[in-house]
Design a protein around this ligand. Structure first.
Ligand SMILES: C[S@@+](CC[C@H](N)C(=O)[O-])C[C@H]1O[C@@H](n2cnc3c(N)ncnc32)[C@H](O)[C@@H]1O
Length: 241
């Protein structure tokens, strides 16, 4: 990916904030517990977007501050979670004081950060002994039509998340995978595809052609209750010294 395309895609989410909120999956509770621990703590949800992961953190009784650079994504988060402290900011420049959070989470977002700048910034806001937790819902190809769906997008839909490389003061990275699934109707599946950053930046004719093929696949495989899309939820955690 060129630097221009990276920037275009990293900033594409605001344009699809509404469909993102309606169609993207949340995260399994056991994965969230593995990332944050059992005890309620102060959590920074970084790259929080419309608040998909934020919701699980609140449900687990954590005290959450949500940060994202996109005002349009944050508008969706504020509408859904009006009591959450939601701030504009980026991983490279966090709007938080030093040593003020116990855990920093990033759902489906860490790959948009510049680790060389973001990791020292995350270390700055974490208390000593605090934790960085990263999570991605990724394709599960064990079901035939799902493999067919994601194969339409070549290598844009990875099968596994690369082990994130961290630097001191972060310690070794632990990895664990959880299962997750999402029930979708036709509009839901089309929206889920339309909210992908590589689809959001396509010209209209190309995007429509792609969504047409996804619609045809849906019509072939859906039952009366739509489809169930399985995911493998890849989680990584590392403790700050
Ligand atoms: C795929 S969305 C994930 C949103 C949410 N965490 C979720 O789980 O659905 C990626 C988010 O990362 C945000 N983002 C992009 N670059 C970022 C950066 N440098 N720092 C923080 N967030 C960033 C985008 O604005 C977008 O809301």
């Amino acid at each position: 990916m060129t630097t221009d395309e990276f920037h275009l895609r990293a900033t594409s989410f605001g344009g699809v904030a509404d469909v993102y909120e309606r169609t993207r999956p949340g995260y399994p509770d056991d994965a969230v517990r593995w990332l944050t621990g059992d005890r309620p703590v102060r959590v920074l949800d970084l790259g929080a977007g419309t608040g998909k992961l934020t919701r699980s953190l609140i449900a687990a009784s954590h005290d959450v501050v949500a940060v994202d650079p996109s005002e349009l994504m944050l508008a969706q988060l504020r509408a859904a979670l009006p009591d959450v402290d939601a701030r504009a900011g980026s991983a490279e420049r966090l709007p938080l004081d030093d040593a003020t959070v116990d855990v920093v989470t990033a759902g489906q977002a860490y790959h948009w950060f510049d680790p060389a700048t973001a990791l020292p910034e995350i270390a700055r806001v974490l208390r000593p002994g605090g934790r960085l937790g990263l999570v991605w819902n990724l394709r599960d190809d064990s079901v035939g039509w799902v493999d067919e769906l994601w194969s339409m997008f070549g290598d844009h839909e990875g099968r596994r998340a690369d082990d994130p490389e961290v630097i001191p003061p972060f310690g070794p990275v632990e990895q664990r995978t959880f299962r997750h699934e999402q029930r979708l109707d036709r509009d839901g599946l089309l929206g889920l595809v339309a909210s992908r950053s590589y689809v959001a930046i396509l010209a209209a004719p190309e995007r429509d052609e792609l969504l047409g093929r996804v619609g045809t696949l849906y019509d072939r495989v859906a039952g009366p209750d739509g489809v169930v899309l399985p995911y493998l939820t890849h989680c990584f955690r590392s403790t700050r010294a």
